[in-house]
Structures are given as C-alpha cells and as structure tokens.
Design a binder for this molecule. Structure first.
Ligand SMILES: [Zn+2]
Length: 303
C-alpha cells in the first residue's frame, strides 16, 4: 500500500517552465537534465513497487530535518521484518570504483560516491527510528535502475541492487517478507507527520518576466501554439487543445515562475500572448478563480 506518492520536485517544475521560455545557462541546463533523469529513474522504480503486496507500506520522497540536518529518502518500504531505505540512481554508462572513489569511464571523471549519500541518510534515519522506539531492523540499499548502467570493480558486499537484479530482488522480497502490522502503520503516519512539505530549494534562478518568451506552449511537443478558432488552439505537431484549458495550464506555469506575483488579467494576457483583447482571458480567469479587489488593482485567487 502506497501511503505517500511521489511528486515532481518543485525545482524541476520551475526549470521545465524556464527551459520552455528562455535559454538556460549550460550549468542550469545540465542541472535540469540531471533532475529530470533522477526523477524518471525514481518513477521507474515506483513501477517495480507498483504491484507489491498490500500489507507493505511504501512512503516515497520523504524529507526530514533531524538534529539540524536535512536529509531526503527516495523510497521507504516498511515490511514486518525489515524497513528498507532505497536510494534510486539512474546512472547510465560505464563506471568504476577505485579506492572508494567512483569514476565514469572512459572519461575518468570522478562522480559523487552514491554510497556516502546512502550511508548519511541511513545513519540519520537509524537515529530517528531509534528515538521513535522502533525495533524493526533497517536496511539501506542503492538501486541502480537504468539497464544501460555497468559498474566495474565493485565488491560483492556493496549494498546495491543492479539493473539485472531488480526484478529478482523484488520477487525474493515478496517471498520472504512479513506483512507490516498496526505498529508499522503508526510509524508510517508518524514519519509522514515529520516529513517537510515545502523546503525552498537552495538557489534561485535569475530571470525577469520581460526576458521570458510569451505564448502558450504545447503540452505534447513544447512548441508555441496558435489560435485554431475562438475555442481551440492548434500546434504544428497536430495537437489541438481547448483554449480555456491551455490558458489555465499557462496560469499554473506563471504561478510556478512568479510565486510572489498576483494573477491579474493583464499579466496572464501578456504571458499567454494569444488574444488581442483581454476580454477572453478575463472570462476564463473569472470562471476558475475568485476575483479580489476593484479596477486596476484587482487580482485573482484560487477559490
Ligand atoms: Zn505540439
């Protein structure tokens, strides 16, 4: 039973919106690709767990602040006999380990040792569980999800499950694990109450409303859409979307990009850049949002 589902990270959402509307710096772009890759790896792992026994408790994407240290857990699986902490890696290509350092081949570029990250989260979670009086043993594992991943010079005792082992690992787990009990459900609820919902991500990206490209982006291909008729937009990829939905989608992008700004007819009209007149934007906003204030200072809020 999945008690906590995985959401797309806020930082990734913001970079997606930005990437659609401006050229990211090479550093931000590679960070964006990394986040995207990481998230898609985690989703792939979720698929593996999708058909797990109902008596297991699964908590995805947890964030804790324990003894002034913030740590994140990709997936936590609570079974009767053991609690599993999974750190999912979507590494692709050839890697090797030399004297506890991890390198990518053939470039020999050193990469962050994922084992250190795993050990850090494990140690903090172990202390947290101890404090909560939990006696069930904890086991931390790296999950390499990408079938194109190969690691050389790894020892057999590395706490890792490799792509070719993923399915077998799950099958084995189903065979030998015990169902979680009421105490485990209470533990899961406690952990969810300790989870930090909103952590502002480290750095902000620099952009202004003016420098972003305006228009409505197609949700299938990412190109700008144009008016097909009054009620529908079309894209050169063949997609057709109701104008109303496309505008609401753009309002969501606007909210992600400018969380401090108010939603006004003027700002959304400029942001969507699809109608000459503001009238249609006003109609759509009034239907889905609550209008506050009067005249030029009026703005929209969710109902
Ligand atoms: Zn398209």
């Amino acid at each position: 039973m999945i008690l906590k589902f995985r959401n797309e990270p806020e930082e990734l959402k913001m970079l997606q919106c930005l990437h659609r509307r401006m050229r990211l710096s090479p550093k931000d772009y590679s960070h964006f690709l990394n986040l995207e890759k990481g998230f898609s790896g985690e989703k792939k792992f979720d698929e593996l767990l999708e058909h797990s026994p109902e008596e297991w408790i699964i908590l995805n994407d947890l964030l804790f602040d324990y003894s002034n240290t913030i740590f994140q857990i990709d997936s936590l699986l609570i079974t009767g006999g053991c609690i599993y902490l999974f750190e999912v890696k979507n590494y692709e290509g050839d890697f090797y380990i030399e004297q506890d350092r991890w390198y990518k081949a053939p470039s020999n570029a050193e990469v962050m040792n994922p084992l250190l990250q795993l050990q850090r989260s494990e140690s903090l979670l172990r202390r947290l569980l101890h404090e909560l009086g939990v006696k069930t043993p904890l086991k931390a594992l790296l999950i390499f999800i990408n079938p194109e991943f190969q690691l050389y010079q790894a020892t057999m005792n590395l706490p890792a499950i490799f792509p070719a082992q993923n399915k077998r690992f799950m099958d084995n787990l189903i065979l030998k694990s015990q169902p979680a009990n009421k105490r485990h459900t209470m533990l899961a609820e406690k952990l969810m109450s300790l989870h930090l919902e909103d952590i502002p991500f480290g750095r902000r990206f620099e952009y202004t409303f003016e420098e972003l490209e305006k228009g409505i982006k197609c949700s299938s291909c990412g190109l700008f859409m144009s008016l097909l008729n009054k009620n529908n937009l079309k894209c050169s990829c063949g997609s057709i979307e109701r104008t109303e939905f496309a505008i609401l989608r753009s309002v969501e992008d606007y909210k992600i990009l400018f969380p401090q700004e108010k939603i006004t007819t003027k700002s959304i009209h400029m942001f969507c850049n699809i109608f000459n007149s503001k009238r249609s934007i006003q109609k759509i906003l009034s239907k889905h949002y609550q209008l506050n204030g009067f005249g030029k200072t009026s703005y929209y809020e969710p109902f």
